[in-house]
Design a protein around this ligand. Structure first.
Ligand SMILES: [Zn+2]
Length: 410
């Protein structure tokens, strides 16, 4: 998360931005105020005097900026902020500076301060509507960051009441509903207007979630109708096929369930673990045959893919095909190196083949056992391209930021 050091760096960058913003603005002011000729109209301050006054104001502001900067460098954040706030107060037209300051606080985890800065803006007289709207939006983000989801929802709902086409507010509200698992509310946000391509994917996910809800509450007809609707919306949605398969197996429609899970696998082979673990739901008498069938049908096309191989080796170990599993794992390790999943398979293989080499099946004293059991903290293979969260297993939804389809191989 954000450390104190990050805050100082951020404040420093913020300061530079302010300086750039102010510098540009000053030049502009000077340009505008430059007299077009040398004549001075009677009764007005002479251009020379005006220039002098402006220069004095600017030098005062500049001194305040530099005091702020020296506080940043001395790690005295509070004092630095006080100086920057002074600058923002002197130049009352620049609510933008306040907005940026608020964002900076929020991003640094100082949400209470962000909210205070944003409330300050709202107290200003004659605040333009546009700035008021922007400030409300920022406050919504503050509440969200602070975990006050109900308040954040109300804020974004109010913004949308004023301006139903505010896309940013809509996205924020939708993501909060999703994180609160308020699927129907999230779905209702997308009903107002025709959806873009990207939105269609999200609507498919949400429709599948609502289908699951109806399934759990016993309304099977409604559930199946919604699953089918989700498939029509986005037939390439792994999530929809996995859950539709779950629905089918719960209703004793084994072959259709297997077909649905297979679709998920064919769309994205990285999901093979999620597919294979679902075979546990198949009656024991048919499970092995179904797995055998699955692997042999796909071996030719996917037998060189790492994820497929690891899943296949796992199954080989489970079915006692130890030598074949060893050969295949050796090849995988040679070709693509080890990670926690591969080493956990290696450990299982060692346990099943070398009890004499110091590995006793229950013992924890064996050196080899310890080596393979150690938590090496391998680099996680997947990450969310929306928030950067790293994870070991692919998922349809980011566990941190709740974005859909944002997890990819690093
Ligand atoms: Zn994320």
């Amino acid at each position: 998360m954000f450390s104190a050091n990050h805050l100082y760096v951020a404040l420093f960058l913020f300061f530079l931005t302010l300086l750039g913003f102010w510098g540009g603005k000053t030049l502009l002011t000077r340009f505008r105020r430059r007299p077009h000729n040398d004549k001075t109209e009677h009764g007005l301050i002479s251009p020379a005097a005006e220039e002098k006054r402006l220069a004095a104001d600017e030098s005062k502001l500049l001194r305040t900026y530099f005091r702020g900067l020296s506080y940043v460098l001395a790690n005295e954040t509070d004092k630095a902020v006080a100086e920057f706030v002074k600058v923002a107060q002197v130049d009352t037209t620049t609510a933008e500076i306040y907005l940026a300051l608020g964002q900076l606080f929020r991003n640094s985890g100082e949400v209470e301060r962000a909210i205070r800065v944003h409330r300050d803006i709202l107290l200003r007289p004659n605040l333009p509507d546009e700035v008021r709207q922007l400030t409300f939006f920022e406050i919504g983000l503050d509440y969200k960051k602070a975990g006050f989801l109900d308040r954040a929802c109300r804020t974004f709902e109010e913004i949308l009441e004023q301006n139903p086409s505010d896309k940013a507010a809509l996205d924020q509200l939708s993501s909060i509903y999703v994180s609160m698992q308020e699927w129907e509310k999230a779905l209702s946000l997308h009903h107002e207007k025709p959806a873009s391509q990207n939105e269609t994917h999200i609507i498919a996910h949400l429709t599948a979630e609502v289908a699951k809800k109806y399934d759990h509450s016993g309304d099977k007809n409604k559930a199946v109708a919604l699953f089918k609707k989700a498939i029509v919306l986005d037939e390439k949605c792994v999530d929809v096929w996995l859950h539709y398969g779950d629905f089918l197996i719960d209703n004793n429609r084994e072959q259709e369930a297997l077909d649905a899970w297979e679709k998920a696998f064919l769309i994205n082979q990285e999901f093979i673990s999620q597919v294979i673990e679902r075979f546990e739901k198949i009656p024991a008498a048919k499970k092995d045959a179904a797995l055998d069938n699955f692997f042999h049908r796909h071996l030719e096309n996917y037998g060189r893919q790492r994820k497929f191989n690891l899943a296949y080796i796992d199954w080989q170990i489970n079915s006692g095909k130890i030598e074949e599993a060893e050969l295949r794992l050796k090849k995988v390790l040679e070709e693509t190196g080890g990670d926690s999943e591969a080493f956990s398979l290696a450990r299982r293989l060692l346990q099943s083949t070398q009890p004499a080499a110091g590995l006793d099946r229950n013992g924890s004293n064996s050196l080899v056992e310890d080596v393979f059991a150690a938590d090496f903290n391998f680099e996680k293979r997947y990450y969310c391209h929306k928030c950067g969260f790293k994870l070991e297993r692919i998922a349809c939804q980011c566990p941190r930021c709740s974005s859909w389809d944002s997890i990819a191989i690093r």
